[in-house]
Design a protein around this ligand. Sequence first.
Ligand code: DOR
Ligand code: ZN
Length: 346
Amino acid sequence: MTRITLRRPDDWHLHLRDGAMLKGVLPETARHFARAIIMPNLVPPVVTGDQAAAYRDRILAALPEGMAFEPLMTLYLTEGTDPADVAAAAASGLVKAVKLYPAGATTNSHSGVRDLKNVMNVLEKMAEIGLPLCTHGEVTDPQVDIFDREAVFIDTVLDPLRRRLPELRVVMEHITTEEGAAYAAEGGANLGATITTHHLIINRNHILVGGIKPHYYCLPVAKREKHRLALRRAATSGNPAYFLGTDSAPHVDALKEHACGCAGCFTATNTMPLLAHVFEEDGALDRLEAFASLNGPAFYRLPANSATLQLVKHEAPQTFPEKIFTEAGPVTVFNPGFPVHWHVET
Ligand code: DOR
Ligand code: ZN
């Protein structure tokens, strides 16, 4: 039996939703994670400081008795966002980042940004006050192949933006390509990148070979194997540019197993055992703590957690629930497709 102890991890990119779904999925994250950056793509989106405060209250009200969890709130950037409202929400400590969704890029992104020119006043204010911009880094031009959308975003949107506003602190969310990993490595102290659990485990074959597997469909979509391997090298490198953002994104099974299935993998339940498996496989168990518990707080200028989490490797494969049953409906837990011997000891 192998046992490792880590500082308690945080999730720097999480979808909790609202209402019955929030109530069902929140304990899955709070069981293992101390804090999470909460995505604002609700319907309607979380745009203002007041809306973020109300959402934070709903999250805390949904937290089961006896569980500790700190939601780190974000604002959804629109072309109508008021820079003064963003600055006030950041100054109060409520809001830790602003999320850029290119309009049409993903789930509930239609209120997102069509042209960065229309939000430069907000971005300039964020650069001034040091508030990070979390980017969904994909272009939406229908002419651009879905597998190229991240690399084209870096060249045509992100890099020009960072040259124009070098003081802006940016997180490349859920990178999925070797180009993304390479760009993040060279970006200096104002650039970070989150990597999901599932993008370390699946490539596009998992989605498409032997029948369509809707529970492996997410955005940005998983790419070729060489990209997965580049993400593995990045995550396990210990480089402070990279940190865990699960992008755990619950949708009820009826909407995943659908003619137009929703994007998202639900990994909150088993992320930490899966990461222990991945890091052990790559001979990097000693760097799991940097990825899951240290690099993220350092980027966000927050202290690392003082509480700890124990991961234990058992002789026998461990079992995880295939689904969790929320009052909104069943949600399938990400299945890595291989036996996992690691378990979080509670
Ligand atoms: O797979 C995804 N699911 N990617 C996103 O960008 C959004 C998310 C969601 O909200 O379901
Ligand atoms: Zn997301």
